[in-house]
Design a protein around this ligand. Structure first.
Ligand SMILES: [Zn+2]
Length: 419
């Protein structure tokens, strides 16, 4: 009975030994395989990440250039539209001057017609004068010829005083009539001559006015030409800037595409890493698998504050958050949530600001963002509760707080499940 049970026990022991041996061999070989492919994958991942970072910084600098160029274009456009306004005003001034010139020209033409009409009247009166004068001379001559050729003779041939007086009166009356007619014609001609003189003066004045208007118009035109040429320069500069803008936009979208491609690759590598970890976990290394239940206390709080101003996974607005925020004043202690190795210390002037990541092993890591100061460096081993940073409000932050993330194999999880 005893020897039988001893044999049985020995057999059982041997069986157990061989089982353990097989198990150990399996586990250790799985570990080696995982370590190798994981480290390769991790290095590939960091290469892609640094490529993304470099492209991102190029993209940022392009964005700044685009912003500057756009501002410059806006300034140019403002100047151009001011010049355009000036040109429009001057053009309307010029048009007003042109209508004034046209009106003056019409007046000049009207005055010229008036002068012509006056001249015609003068000529008419001259003719009348000449005809009346000719008649007068003829009558006088006729009077001398009839009778006995001279007024004196006409008078002397009179038989009596009464007939002499009558003849004398007659001659006087004829000559008076004629000289009155001639006088009146002469006066009329003088009047018309004076009228013509005035019209000519008026025409000269109008011509002078027109000349001065035309000088003003020429000056205005020169002004318009000068401004137009300045505007043309600005227009061509704006066109150049717009071309530059298009070039920058094209470059930006190329960089953007490169980042997207890299991000897809990064996701692929991340998936491979997760798969490798899952494979390793199935061989029994899983000291964290199944241990991250709700509030398991595996991690300690990263700040002295226990109050939370924004939770996981979303802000109250519904926008994705990915971590939890502890409101603490700038310069407060930020503690390592567990022992581990600092694997990243970085400063982004957007997003996380000054932040660090600590790897705690088994795929678990923690991230602390918006710090004013970081007290550790990459590769440094830290213990749980060690002060690793001083809180702040760097990066995309509206006030001092500690943004805390817990990641399992790189993916964000609810930190409250670990605290
Ligand atoms: Zn946050």
């Amino acid at each position: 009975m005893q020897s039988k049970s001893k044999i049985w026990l020995r057999r059982l022991f041997c069986l157990l030994c061989s089982f353990v041996l097989v198990l150990t061999a399996g586990v250790s070989s799985a570990f080696v395989a995982e370590a190798k492919s994981r480290s390769e994958l991790e290095s590939e991942k960091s290469k892609i990440q640094s490529r993304i970072n470099s492209t991102q910084s190029k993209l940022n600098s392009l964005s700044k250039q685009k912003k500057d160029t756009q501002e410059y274009i806006n300034t140019l456009q403002e100047k151009i539209s001011l010049l355009q306004d000036k040109i429009s005003n001057l053009e309307s001034d010029k048009n007003a001057l042109q209508s004034e010139i046209d009106a003056t020209q019409a007046k000049i033409e009207k005055t010229a017609a008036d002068i012509e009409e006056t001249q015609r009247q003068i000529d008419q009166k001259q003719k009348e004068f000449d005809a009346t004068y000719a008649e007068y001379c003829q009558r006088l001559r006729a009077m001398y010829i009839s009778g006995s050729a001279s007024t004196l003779e006409v008078l002397l041939t009179c038989s009596d005083l009464s007939s002499l007086l009558t003849r004398s009166e007659m001659i006087k009356s004829v000559s008076q009539q004629d000289s009155a007619t001639l006088d009146s014609l002469m006066k009329k001609m003088e009047e018309i001559e004076a009228q013509k003189q005035k019209l000519e003066e008026k025409r000269n004045q109008l011509n002078a006015d027109k000349k001065s208007l035309e000088t003003d118009k020429a000056a205005l035109q020169k002004n318009i030409n000068d401004i137009s040429s300045t505007k043309a320069d600005l227009d061509s500069e704006a066109a150049e800037c717009n071309a530059q803008m298009r070039k920058l936009s094209k470059q930006s979208s190329e960089y953007q595409e490169a980042i997207e491609t890299d991000q897809k690759q990064l996701q692929q590598v991340q998936n491979d890493i997760s798969a490798a970890i899952a494979a390793a976990g199935s061989h029994g290394s899983g000291s964290i698998s199944g241990s991250h239940g709700s509030g398991n206390g595996r991690l300690r709080y990263p700040t002295d504050s226990r109050s939370i101003s924004a939770g996981y996974p979303n802000y109250s607005s519904g926008r994705y958050h990915g971590g939890i925020d502890f409101p603490v004043s700038t310069g407060s202690n930020v503690y390592a949530a567990a022992s581990g190795t600092v694997i990243l210390v970085k400063y982004l002037n957007y997003s996380y600001g000054r932040y660090l990541i600590i790897d705690h092993g088994d795929g678990l890591s923690t991230l602390y963002a918006h710090n004013s100061q970081i007290l550790v460096s990459v590769g440094e081993k830290v213990s749980a509760g060690q002060v690793v940073a001083k809180s702040g409000s760097t990066g995309n932050s509206t006030g001092p707080h500690c943004h805390f993330e817990v990641r399992v194999n790189g993916s964000q999880v609810n930190p409250l499940n670990y605290l």
